[in-house]
Design a protein around this ligand. Structure first.
Ligand code: HEC
Length: 188
């Protein structure tokens, strides 16, 4: 009798923990799609985990002359937690690259740059069942709320596949994750 009682309590506690973890992740943490299969622009990515800000990096499609741009990278919380455990991205990972212009003159500033307007939002999604390469890229113009996947022939895929340190992502530029990936064997 005693054993059964303890067992039941343990089961009840595990169920409660599962509910709590589920509630914490929220229903909209992973990728969301419209009925016609477009990815919806992640509405709350600014409340996700911040990975890094690249400043004036010049590898990519949104590079521009003039004041350097910031690349702010965010990831959904559930994926971040998975990465901390395994050093790899779990299914349903959503990475957001928010490109912002910068300024150097304003208020009391005397040197350096601060962030200004959004110049573009790009998204990298891991959805193993939906995409043949498991990952897909999306771009959102200002005000655009849904977007179809960028075709697999685009330069995004080849550069990320060839140069990304973990799977097709640039973890080598995300300082809080490099150590985790190395320790857990996630680096390519
Ligand atoms: C020549 C190489 C190159 C090409 C082409 C490229 N990227 Fe990237 N991408 C990078 C690098 C380097 C980073 C690292 C982070 C940064 O910019 O701060 C990155 C980061 C990203 C991220 C953040 C998540 C991640 O995967 O690490 C997204 C989203 C992204 N790129 C989308 C795109 C899209 C969409 C395209 C195509 C329109 C594209 N990239 C083309 C090199 C490239």
């Amino acid at each position: 009798m005693r054993t059964t009682g303890t067992g039941m309590i343990a089961v009840a506690l595990m169920a409660a923990a599962a509910v709590l973890i589920g509630a914490d992740q929220g229903p909209t943490d992973g990728p969301q799609y419209t009925k016609d299969g477009k990815l919806t622009r992640p509405p709350n990515y600014r409340e996700w985990i911040f990975l890094s800000s690249g400043l004036g990096m010049t590898y990519g499609p949104l590079a521009s002359p003039g004041d350097p741009r910031f690349d702010n990278v965010f990831v959904n919380r559930a994926a971040y937690r998975g990465f901390l455990e395994t050093g790899r991205w779990p299914d349903q990972t959503v990475l957001v690259l928010e490109v912002r212009s910068s300024q150097s003159k304003g208020s009391i500033n005397r040197g350096g740059h601060f962030q200004d307007e959004v110049a573009g939002v790009e998204v990298h999604v891991k959805d193993e069942k939906r995409f043949p390469r498991k990952w897909a890229f999306f771009g959102f113009r200002e005000g655009e709320q849904a977007s179809t996947a960028i075709p697999a022939t685009a330069g995004c895929y080849s550069c990320h596949e060839q140069n990304g340190a973990v799977d097709t992502t640039f973890v080598q530029f995300y300082p809080t994750l490099i150590g985790v990936a190395k320790a857990k064997g996630g680096m390519k």
